[in-house]
Each structure stands twice: as C-alpha cells, then as structure tokens.
Design a protein around this ligand. Structure first.
Ligand code: NAP
Ligand code: MG
Length: 402
C-alpha cells in the first residue's frame, strides 16, 4: 500500500522518560509504516533543553507559529530533585509555560471515551471539554499576612502619578490579604481561543464565573466574552448551529452533573485547574485525556494531559515490563495529523487520523488494553498487555481495518 504523503510538516516536540519511549514506539508501529511522516523535529528532552539553555523550547514554539500545527510529548518540569538527577545548569521553566507564553493560547482538555469504561456520572454520554484560562488570578497573586489591627488598601498609581485607591479591610486583629490581577488582552485571547475551538469542533460553549459577587473582576470576564462573541462570532455560531451562553459557576456545576456531555466548559484559571481534575477522574483516567493548546491566532499544539509517567520509566530502565497507556499520546498525534490534513485539504491524512483513533478504541473495546484500564473496565475476559504489545495490538487492528 502506498504511504500517505504530507505536503507540510508538523512540528514534532519530543519529550522525556516513559512518554519518550511511547513516542518512538508510536512512530515506528503506527505512523511511519502508513505515512510519509513529515515533521520538523525538536528534542525537548531535558538533556537537550539543558544543552541548548532551553533555546530549543522557544525554537519549537516559533516553529509552531510558522507551521501552525505541533504535537508534543510530555516533558519533565524540573524541580530541585531533577536539577540534581540531570545535573542541570538551571532549574529550567516548564516547557508548556514557555510555549504558552509565546503562542498565547488556551488549553482544551477532553476525555477519550470507550465502551466498557463508564464515567462515574452515568448520564455523561459524550465528552465534556474543559477550557482553562491559563493566566493570572490566584496564580499570579501577591499575598500578605496581617499581624494585627490596621487598614489594608489597594492603590493604583497611574503613569502620570495620579492615584486611585480602595479599602480592602480595616483589620481589628490578625488576618490575611491577597491581591490578584488579570489583563483585558489575556481575557480577550482566551475568549477568541474558546470561540474558535467551539466552531472547530462544532460544540456549544459555556463560560461561567461568579460575577454576582465579583462585580468588577469576574464581571469584566463576562463582558469581554459577550463583546467578542457578539462582534466576531455570533453569525458563525448561528450558521454552525451551536450556542454560547454565560452562567454562574454554581449553576454551571449543577448543569454539568445533569448534562449528557458534548460541550465545552470555559473556566477561569482556578476553576479550570480544579474542574479538569474532577472531570478526568470522573471520566476514568488521566491516561485517556487529550489536551490541545489553541492560540487566538490559529496555531494548534496537541499533547497528552498526563506527565512523563516517571514510575513506569524507572521500571523500564531496570528491564522490568511496563503497561503504560499510550492512548492520549496516540490521540495527540491523530489530533495534529487531522488538523494538518484540514489545513492542507489532505483528506487522506484526515481519514488516516480517524482510522488510527478507531483502531485504538476498537482494540480496547475488544477487550485488549493496558493495566490502568483493565483495573477500571466493566468488560469481562480482558487481555492486559505490556506497553509494546498493546501498541502492536493496535497496529494489528489498524491493518485489519482496510
Ligand atoms: P504522571 O506522569 O502523569 O503520572 C502519575 C501517575 O499516573 C503514574 O505514576 C501512573 O500511575 C498514572 N499514569 C499517568 N499516565 C499514565 C499512562 N499513560 N499510563 C498508565 N498510567 C499513567 O505524573 P508524575 O509522575 O507526577 O510526573 C512525572 C513528570 O511529568 C514530572 O517530572 C512532571 O514535571 C511531568 N509532567 C509533565 C506534563 C506535561 O508535559 N504536559 C504534565 C504533567 C506532569 P501508577 O504509577 O499508579 O501506575
Ligand atoms: Mg490541578
């Protein structure tokens, strides 16, 4: 069979530990036998980040601006232990943070659903995608412990020296205080990424915050979303038959629980952090969760939501068998290939992405899976395979699909 050609490249960002092993296996078994894989390769493995003083991470992000589509392997975000383990020159920043700062995007996370692994919430028939604003609020806050009685004020000093202030609290005893911020520009980008992704995936989108209590802060989020929607997206949404609406965060939580799924839930930074962990565990497993960074300028970077699965990697290094789930990493590749196909009008490539996803899901629904899924499935007579054999089983299903 002739291999499928790719006119333009995907930016390929290799990574660390067990996911780096998965990366090579997926390419060898599931991609290069079927595709003339065209990628621009960047090695974001920690050793190479260290050698290049992390320049490689920035170069990979700039390449994504050029080629528009990237696929990324999980990478180590160094901490003190990693600095020692890898003898690092510096505690390099999180690659995802660096890439996001350059591409200015929003991260969308969606579960991959299979029969036999039922979400804890029985009425969730379709995936729920979380869009998390990844800038500001409590993540960039300044905090203070207040030792005793006194007044706390917020003061804004404009460039011309004029001041505006508001009293936070008149303390009559010890307490705590926090000042946080956000930027209209960042909220606008967040809104545009959300609406773009909703159109791309033809899903209705909700945005929720607490504007009834936070009449300036959260209300600004609500207003910016509405202004951008009305000015730039409303007609396109009508044409696509999808909806945007704003609701209070408490109402959103209640509605999510009663819903059938199949929509996007846009969240402020903290809400997205908490709710994405709630959703991924309720849907089954972090290893079945994909993640895509969508920039407001139309760049896409696909990855798995989980990390480098360090514990499995150390077993692998000792020569022990592992049963690491490659599904989210496979779907990162299929997401990128499908988007490349869409941008290049390459229907063969898009069809291949669909077929590889189907082969992956069919393999699991047929009762063959990795250990993490075997532990939670309701299917009987399950075959649990190791990392390599599971990927080979997907290849066998894929080959048989023709
Ligand atoms: P992790 O890699 O997500 O793994 C945590 C645990 O979840 C694993 O030990 C494993 O449980 C289970 N798990 C996750 N993915 C799995 C898979 N594909 N198949 C089977 N089980 C899976 O998180 P971590 O071990 O806390 O972090 C390791 C490194 O990843 C850290 O250095 C961190 O900086 C990095 N990280 C990177 C990203 C990213 O690049 N996007 C995201 C998060 C973390 P069992 O051990 O019980 O089998
Ligand atoms: Mg979290």
């Amino acid at each position: 069979m002739a291999k499928i050609k790719m006119e333009n490249p995907i930016v390929e960002m290799d990574g660390d530990e067990m996911t780096r092993i998965l990366w090579q296996l997926i390419k060898d078994e599931l991609l290069t036998p079927f595709l003339e894989l065209n990628t621009e390769y960047y090695d974001l493995g920690l050793e190479h980040r260290n050698e290049t003083d992390d320049q490689v991470t920035k170069d990979a992000a700039y390449a994504t601006e050029k080629h528009k589509v990237a696929v990324k392997c999980a990478t180590i975000t160094p901490n003190a232990a990693r600095v020692e383990e890898y003898n690092l020159k510096e505690m390099w920043k999180s690659p995802n943070g660096t890439i996001r700062a350059i591409l200015d995007g929003t991260v969308f996370r969606a579960p991959i659903q299979v029969k036999g692994i039922t979400p804890c919430v029985r009425n969730w028939e379709k995936p729920i995608t979380i869009a998390r604003h990844a800038y500001g609020d409590v993540y960039k806050a300044s905090e203070m412990k207040i030792p005793g009685p006194g007044k706390v004020e917020l003061v804004y000093t404009a460039e011309d020296g004029s001041k505006e202030s508001v009293t936070v609290h008149e303390f009559d005893g010890p307490g705590i205080v926090q000042g946080m911020h956000n930027l209209n520009g960042s909220i606008e980008s967040f809104a545009r990424s959300c609406f773009t992704y909703a159109l791309d995936t033809k899903q209705t989108i909700w945005f929720a915050s607490k504007d009834t209590i936070s009449k300036k802060y959260d209300h600004t989020f609500k207003d910016i979303f509405q202004e951008i929607f009305d000015a730039e997206f409303k007609e396109k949404f009508d044409a696509a038959g999808i909806e945007y609406f704003y609701t209070l965060i408490d109402d959103a939580v209640a509605r999510v629980m009663k819903s059938k799924g199949g929509f996007i839930w846009a969240c402020k930074n903290y809400d997205g952090d908490v709710m994405s962990d709630m959703l991924s565990s309720a849907f089954g497993s972090l290893a079945m969760m994909t993640s895509v960074l969508v920039s407001p300028k139309g760049y896409y970077e696909y990855e798995a939501a989980h990390g480098t699965v360090q514990r499995h990697y150390y077993k692998h290094l000792k020569g022990e068998e592992t049963s690491t789930n490659p599904v989210a990493t496979i779907f990162a590749w299929t997401g990128a290939l499908r988007k490349r196909g869409e941008l290049d009008s390459n229907s063969e490539l898009m069809a291949f992405a669909d077929k590889l996803e189907k082969a992956t899901i069919d393999t699991i629904e047929g009762g063959t899976m990795t250990k993490d899924l075997a532990l939670i499935t309701e299917l009987k007579d399950v075959t649990t395979l190791n990392t390599q054999d599971f990927i080979k089983a997907i290849r066998a299903t894929l080959t048989a699909l023709d």
